[in-house]
Design a protein around this ligand. Structure first.
Ligand SMILES: [Zn+2]
Length: 215
C-alpha cells in the first residue's frame, strides 16, 4: 500500500483538511498489471501541483466517459464539466444551494462524495475532494474516483434510480479496472444509503449524489 503517496497527495491538494471517517470504501485485492488502474497509479503525485493533479483526474474522467459511451451507446449525453471542491463544508453548501433549485429524487443519508446537476444538455459533477483524501491510500482514492465518475455518468445517461445505477455500475467498474470487486460491495443495497424524496418542480434540472459512506 502506498501510504506515502497518499500523504503526498494530501499535502499537495489540501494540507489543512480534516479527516473524514469512511466506514465503507471500495477496495481491491490485487491490481491487474498493465491495466488502466495500474497506469493511473503510476502518476507521480509528489511531483505534481494541485492543478496538474486535477487535470490528471480530468483525464481519468475522459476515459470513464469514453468507456461508458463505448459500452452502453447512450443516444445522447450532456456536455460534462467537473468541479473539484476542496473541503466538505464548502461542498455541502454548494449541494444545499442546488437542492433548492433542482429535482432530488433520492437523498443520501450521510455526507456524499459527489453529486451531479444535469439536464439534457449540460452536466456538472461536483467532487468532494476532502472525502477522497480521507481514503486510506492512493489505490482506494483512484478506485473510488473512477466509481464516482462512472456512477454520475450513468445518472446523466438516465439509467434509473440509485439501485439500478449501482447494479449497472458494478460490472462496468469491474471491466474498467479489469478485476473482480468484493461481493459485499457489489451486493450493496441503495436503500441503506439513500432515502426517497418527493418530486420537485417539473422540468427542473436533476441532482443525483453518490454516497459510499455507511451510516
Ligand atoms: Zn447516485
Amino acid at each position: 500500500m502506498r501510504k506515502l503517496h497518499k500523504k503526498t497527495v494530501h499535502s499537495v491538494i489540501a494540507a489543512e483538511t480534516s479527516e473524514m471517517k469512511h466506514e465503507r470504501i471500495t477496495t481491491l485485492g490485487k491490481i491487474p498489471k498493465e491495466g488502466r488502474l495500474e497506469r493511473y497509479l503510476r502518476e507521480p503525485y509528489q511531483e505534481r501541483t494541485r492543478e496538474e493533479i486535477f487535470s490528471f483526474w480530468e483525464s481519468i474522467f475522459k476515459e470513464c466517459l469514453e468507456f461508458v459511451i463505448f459500452k452502453l451507446k447512450p443516444i445522447s449525453l450532456p456536455r460534462f464539466r467537473l468541479n473539484f471542491v476542496l473541503d466538505t463544508k464548502n461542498y455541502e453548501e454548494i449541494e444545499k444551494e442546488h437542492e433548492k433549485a433542482t429535482i432530488v429524487e433520492e437523498e443520501a443519508k450521510s455526507p456524499s462524495s459527489a453529486f451531479i446537476v444535469h439536464n439534457r444538455f449540460r452536466a456538472t459533477i461536483y467532487v468532494n475532494v476532502e472525502s477522497l483524501l480521507a481514503l486510506p491510500n492512493v489505490e482506494s482514492l483512484t478506485l473510488n474516483l473512477i466509481e464516482t465518475y462512472l456512477h454520475e455518468i450513468l445518472h446523466a445517461c438516465g439509467i434509473g434510480d440509485e439501485q439500478t445505477t449501482h447494479d449497472v455500475l458494478m460490472p462496468l467498474l469491474e471491466e474498467f479496472v479489469g478485476t473482480k470487486l468484493p461481493e459485499d460491495r457489489k451486493n450493496l443495497k441503495a436503500s441503506d444509503y439513500y432515502k426517497k424524496r418527493s418530486r420537485g418542480k417539473l422540468g427542473a434540472p436533476k441532482t443525483d449524489r453518490r454516497n459510499t459512506d455507511k451510516k
